[in-house]
Design a binder for this molecule. Structure first.
Ligand code: PMP
Length: 451
């Protein structure tokens, strides 16, 4: 017990946690996770918890997955790191080939980095530089169109294309301009339309924006189908396909940020597949290594790649690269992760899991303070509200989402909310029974906290 206490004291003495008000962290009791197995996490006191948000939306096959452990160990027997600057490595090559095979047709080139944010950052720079290096009749093309409620990461570039005021507002003086189109947030439609009679006013506004600004816009950046950290906002059917159509019509590149939605989360390998959309640039991270090691990739087309491919003297090189780029341990475990997707038929097994979750979630509608339930595959957000009739939200200072998460913790599950949105992102390997158990914990927690 003494050791554990001192470990926590050391945490509070030395660590600064991400997205955390440290005063609260220091004043409250905290868990230290020591071990994971399957979809369970174990703290230093031996308590077990369901990993209800896949350890921040990453985990696919569970913790301590034998095949993934072995892939890391095998690679450790060879080399743990090497540089991609002037050299290559075997796992990075193998993974690139697999990614090209797996992603939508036309994405033929893979550029590595180590987080979702850097993958987006790279996509932004690529898009901008692409337009600089080809002959075209437009203007400078140095702006991006993004959506309100968008979240693309925490680096300055990715924050510039973000649209979550709570996280992004304070940095405004540091950011470059992006044009914000309305988010397809149907429950709180910015045009006061009803789902049943919606005539896509958000798309119409996007189109006028493109009409007016296409000559200065390099790319539209979008989280395909679900705006994750902005509140698990699921776009209506056909929205993404329409965005693709408009981007092509107005000569704007489409950057699909699949960092959260990719690798099976929405029920298909990539969210773009639901609407047969082929982006010009696509970012992947999180599920790429099954959650094991930090690695991400920005994929693009031959057309974009070719705009950089020339004699050195023409100065068209893409001058970007991080020290850990294409790390062989991370690449090796990612290759094993992709193989496991096939061997364990992760995608094929999703439909009944999605259905059982949807059926259970339907019961949540009877709760007085559940306003909206949003689900795409196993990407789920439950919006808690003060008043069901008026859709009045809970005051954010009441921290209802956090209270529900803490109640769930008492009942043996870790979840992390987004304001008033209770997020459920279970590992994709969860069984139907485990999904039901976890949803029952969420149901009971919401009921107890809101009644
Ligand atoms: N894009 C999207 C859509 C995300 O959801 C996230 C992270 N939640 C990021 C980018 C940033 O990824 P990372 O935290 O790995 O930098």
């Amino acid at each position: 017990m003494e050791d554990e206490l001192s470990l926590l004291e050391k945490d509070k003495e030395y660590l600064w946690h991400p997205f955390t008000q440290m005063k609260e962290w220091v004043e409250d009791d905290q868990l230290i996770i020591e071990r994971g197995e399957g979809i369970k996490l174990y703290d230093t006191e031996g308590n077990e918890y369901y990993d209800g948000v896949s350890s921040i939306w990453l985990n696919v096959h569970g913790h301590q997955k034998e095949e993934l452990d072995e892939a890391v160990i095998d690679q450790l027997d060879r080399i743990a790191h090497s540089t991609m600057l002037g050299l290559s490595n075997k796992p990075a090559i193998e993974l690139a080939e697999k990614l090209v095979e797996l992603t939508p047709e036309g994405l033929n080139k893979v550029f590595y980095s180590d987080s979702g944010s850097t993958a987006v950052e790279i996509g932004l720079k690529m898009a901008f530089q692409y337009w600089q290096q080809i002959d075209h009749d437009f203007g400078a093309k140095d702006k991006f169109i993004t959506l309100t409620n968008a979240y693309h990461g925490d680096t300055v570039g990715s924050v510039s294309v973000g649209g979550v005021d709570l996280f992004h507002e304070i940095y405004k003086p540091l950011l470059f301009d992006s044009l914000k189109a309305p988010s397809p947030y149907c429950y709180r439609c910015p045009f006061d339309e009803e789902k049943e009679s919606c005539n896509f006013s958000c798309i119409k506004e996007l189109e006028s924006m493109m009409q007016e600004h296409h000559h200065e816009v390099a790319a539209m950046v979008i989280e395909p189908l679900v705006q994750g950290a902005g509140g698990m906002i699921v776009a209506p059917d056909g929205y993404l396909a329409k965005v693709r159509e408009l981007c092509s019509e107005y000569n704007i590149l489409l950057l699909a940020d699949e960092v959260a939605a990719g690798f099976g989360r929405t029920g298909k390998m990539f969210a773009c597949e639901h609407e047969d959309v082929r982006p010009d640039i696509m970012t992947v991270a999180k599920g790429i290594s099954g959650g094991y090691l930090p690695i991400s990739a920005t994929l693009t087309t031959d057309e974009i790649y070719d705009a950089f491919y020339d004699d050195y003297e023409t100065q068209k090189t893409f001058f970007h690269g991080h020290s850990y780029t294409g790390n062989p341990l991370a690449a090796a475990v990612s290759v094993a992760n992709i193989e496991l997707f096939k061997e364990e038929k992760i995608i094929e097994k999703m439909p009944p899991k999605i259905k059982i979750a949807a059926d259970k979630l339907a019961e949540f509608r009877e709760l007085d303070h559940v306003g909206d339930i949003r689900q795409k595959g196993l990407m789920i957000g439950i919006e808690l509200i003060e008043d069901k009739e008026t859709k009045e939200p809970y005051d954010w200072k009441e921290k209802m989402g956090v209270k529900v998460a803490m109640k769930a913790r008492e009942k043996g599950m870790i979840i992390r909310p987004l304001g008033n949105i209770v997020v459920f992102m279970p590992p994709l390997c969860s069984t139907e029974q485990q999904l039901l158990d976890m949803l029952e914990i969420i149901y009971e927690s919401i009921k107890e906290i809101t009644s």
